[in-house]
Design a protein. Structure first.
Length: 463
């Protein structure tokens, strides 16, 4: 039997299991059916609900605009799948091609897609995390519980962590007229993702909207009353505040523990893959039957010197899922690379923040358009003389221009496409508080327009 006949037989009668009933998992399932896969399809998820949209949880749900139960993802088509929900995966056996569930069942597969995503990082003291009034925001249940707590009109909310999620929650509190304190160990909000200059802008924005922003401090304890309700928070500078609600926004933990004995290169940073979303073993070998997509996948990006990058971005999950699905039912010659640049957006304090590229892969940043004082500008990021990312505040219409600069390894700082270039524009060090993604390596140009055409070619490096 030829390889083409084997592929046709697999598309007709094969068994595919998707572990992670998430955005990436659902979009991959739909893409598989669009690709002509008519075999057995099984969806495994640790939550009892079918896939739902997560970005609205820290935005529209908390404001009360959208009920948490109304965030179910729309179906593009019928996927004709067997749904195994409410039971997490507990192991992956590559010798026998089985997914083991926590209840002891074993689900056979010919190919498997892992899209288990991330979970919220909990407060580090369990007894304090269990206090009535302490929340994380990752699931619909989390968001619904916090929405009810905010609707009750707390006297003060404490947000622990000033990343994107924490900043969005602080924005919701101020929109609802609720006093809020934000505690951030770093020097400014968003500084870990966007650097010191944008962090200063974000700090000014929060304080201008009445946020009690405390940077460079750590929350050391959450104190409850005799009834187990949160009443007070303590900081490492010796101060304390009375609070009714605390939201722990300290990032996520990738759900890879169940793969510990699988032989895959899976850990706290995600599952190492190639650009075709095929998982890698601990020996560095590429598997043929195991794929990963979404927040848990860690893929090399040629633009960023082939660094393995995992991204918690909505658009990345969708596009990666479609690439993985295509490659699961395609021959080697017809497989696609996942080369799409990361896109991210956030709305906070009335400002629409969007980015393209990987801002942490940079050594310099410059405001290339608009006015920082008016909170309407674009900042370009560069590494060793080439453009690597851009972030806009209320000026997203120009991001496609910067995307082209990134994909063509254009020199940094780039020319301003409009007359609103700030006077005396000068790049400054990007200044991240922790490790960055800087490394030496190849610079490439992305060619083509759709996943089937997009490839890379070598480009001259700018220094």
């Amino acid at each position: 039997m030829t390889s083409a006949e084997n592929l046709r037989g697999f598309k007709r009668d094969g068994r595919i299991v998707i572990v992670g009933a998430s955005l990436a998992g659902l979009r991959a399932a739909e893409a598989l059916r669009d690709e002509g896969f008519t075999g057995s399809l099984t969806m495994i998820g640790d939550e009892s609900a079918e896939p739902y949209d997560r970005p609205p949880l820290s935005k529209q749900v908390l404001t009360g605009w959208v009920p948490a139960d109304d965030t179910t993802l729309p179906r593009r088509r019928d996927i004709d799948a067997e749904w195994l929900l409410g039971v997490p995966a507990d192991g992956l056996d590559l010798a026998t091609n089985h997914v083991r569930l926590a209840d002891g069942r074993e689900i056979p597969f010919d190919r498997v897609l892992i899209s288990t995503g991330v979970r919220a990082r909990p407060w580090f003291i369990e007894s304090e995390a269990d206090l009535d009034g302490v929340f994380v925001v990752r699931t619909r249940e989390h968001a619904a519980g916090l929405q009810r707590a905010l609707a009750a009109g707390p006297s003060r909310v404490l947000v622990i962590g000033a990343g994107f999620t924490g900043s969005e929650i602080a924005s919701v509190c101020r929109e609802r007229g609720i006093p809020v304190t934000v505690a951030e160990l770093a020097p400014a909000p968003l500084v870990g993702a966007l650097g010191a200059m944008i962090g200063d802008v974000a700090a000014d924005m929060q304080r201008a909207h009445g946020v009690d922003l405390r940077c460079g401090v750590k929350v050391t304890g959450l104190e409850g009353d005799a009834q187990g309700r949160l009443r007070r928070a303590h900081f490492d500078d010796g101060s304390s505040i009375d609070v009714d609600v605390a939201v722990v926004a300290l990032g996520g933990i990738r759900n890879t523990e169940w793969l510990r004995d699988s032989g895959l290169a899976a850990g706290v940073w995600g599952i190492a893959c190639d650009t075709g979303c095929r998982a890698m073993t601990l020996d560095g070998l590429i598997t043929d039957d195991v794929f990963a997509a979404g927040d848990v996948a860690r893929c090399p990006n040629p633009i960023y010197e082939y660094r393995l990058i995992s991204l918690e971005h909505w658009a990345n999950a969708v596009e990666q899922a479609e690439v993985a699905a295509h490659n699961m039912v395609s021959s080697q010659a017809d497989r696609w690379p996942h080369l799409t640049l990361p896109l991210f957006w956030s709305i906070q304090f009335g400002v629409n923040i969007k980015s393209v590229g990987v801002p942490t892969f940079a050594d310099e940043v410059a405001v290339t358009q608009g006015s920082v004082a008016e909170q309407r500008f674009v900042a370009a990021y560069g590494y060793r003389g080439r453009v690597t990312a851009a972030v806009s505040f209320n000026n997203a219409k120009w991001l496609d221009y910067y995307r082209q600069l990134i994909e063509t390894a254009a020199p940094f700082p780039p020319p301003c496409p409009t007359p609103d270039q700030p006077a005396g524009m000068k790049p400054v060090p990007v200044d991240f508080p922790g490790p960055t993604l800087l490394a030496q390596g190849a610079t490439v140009v992305v060619t083509g327009h759709d996943p089937g055409e997009r490839r890379v070619t070598a480009a001259q490096q700018y220094r």
